[in-house]
Design a protein around this ligand. Structure first.
Ligand code: DDH
Length: 292
């Protein structure tokens, strides 16, 4: 690979597929970490490196991978993501030619696809920036808030109500950590598989405030083992959000289709059109498809 770092190497889709395959391999080498997979935290890295976008000033987003630098790496919302960045740093050693923005977003794509989710259209073209490109703190959502906050954060990126609800279903994956966000627990019983269970559980379970010393979060009354953030629960309370959340609870295929589109858009925020390697995004192959 060292030779490829040398001048005049233009990576093709095939080269990115090799990176994808390596991420898929490393994702599962998580041992006792969380639920045995780095997949969920890789999805969160892809989201947090993109979700800083501000449409009005055209700043932030995945282009410069500014979370590598202080102060963005130290923003409260990014606590714990050093783990995901560390996993990615290992991959970068094998593929030194890839930009961090491309690597981190491809990590999100790989994690979603390998955890049985939909195909996420993706293309390369992000470039590495500098610490001066860091975004100010406060651009990512705060789980303790309500519908107005959700709208102000996501409208700023250019998303609408339907897209807010579709993106939120990523919480089918992973969990909250008391030493990171202060919240605690998983949203679903299958935190390493992409399903529409997040929406189903929101409507099917009875949610009560958890009695504890931590920040305000909800627990399912039946088992007490699952959690919802106030921002998750509001998807069942706000009339406009509720309509979409119900539709996704009833139809996983519909959610897969809408999620694939909006997650792909999220990962492209802030990247100038002329930087893309191709006009049409690529569909990367899963490991299973390549072994057929
Ligand atoms: Fe999230 N998220 N997220 N989230 N998120 C957390 C974990 C994960 C909010 C708050 C939290 C999205 C939207 C929101 C993932 C993906 C996505 C945690 C727990 C908090 C808190 C962190 C910790 O303690 O480790 C809030 C608020 C919102 C919102 O207002 C909409 C979106 C849009 C995505 C996405 O990927 C499209 C994933 C995956 C995790 C699990 C991470 C892990 O380590 O596990």
């Amino acid at each position: 690979q060292a030779a490829k770092a040398a001048a005049n190497f233009t990576p093709t889709k095939d080269d990115y597929q090799k990176v994808y395959n390596k991420i898929a391999e490393v994702m599962d080498e998580a041992g006792e970490y969380d639920d045995g997979s780095f997949g969920p935290v890789l999805v969160r890295l892809a989201w947090h490196c993109s979700g800083t976008y501000d449409k009005a000033s055209n700043t932030g987003g995945s282009n410069f991978a500014t979370m590598r630098f202080e102060p963005e790496s130290l923003h409260g919302g990014n606590k714990g993501l050093h783990i995901a960045r560390g996993v990615m740093e290992g991959i970068k050693k094998d593929f030194p030619w890839i930009s961090y923005g491309d690597l981190w977003t491809l990590g999100g794509v790989c994690a979603i696809q390998e955890m049985q989710g939909p195909k996420i259209p993706w293309r390369s073209g992000r470039i590495d920036g500098f610490d001066k490109d860091c975004t100010p703190d406060g651009r990512l959502p705060d789980g303790s808030q309500g519908a107005d906050h959700l709208r102000s954060i996501f409208y700023r990126m250019g998303f609408n109500d339907q897209e807010i609800v579709a993106l939120s279903g990523a919480h089918a994956l992973g969990r909250c950590h008391s030493d990171r966000s202060g919240f605690e627990g998983p949203w679903t019983f299958s935190p390493t598989t992409v399903t529409n269970d997040y929406y189903k559980l929101l409507f099917e379970e009875k949610w009560v405030w958890r009695k504890w010393n931590g920040p305000k979060q909800l627990a399912d009354k039946k088992t007490g083992t699952l959690m919802m953030l106030p921002t998750d629960y509001v998807l069942t309370q706000d009339k406009s959000f509720k309509k979409y959340a119900k539709a996704y609870a009833d139809d996983q295929e519909l959610w897969f289709k809408d999620f694939a589109k909006v997650f792909s858009q999220l990962l492209e925020l802030g990247v100038p059109e002329n930087q893309w390697a191709t006009t049409e995004p690529w569909i990367m192959k899963t490991i299973d498809e390549q072994s057929e």
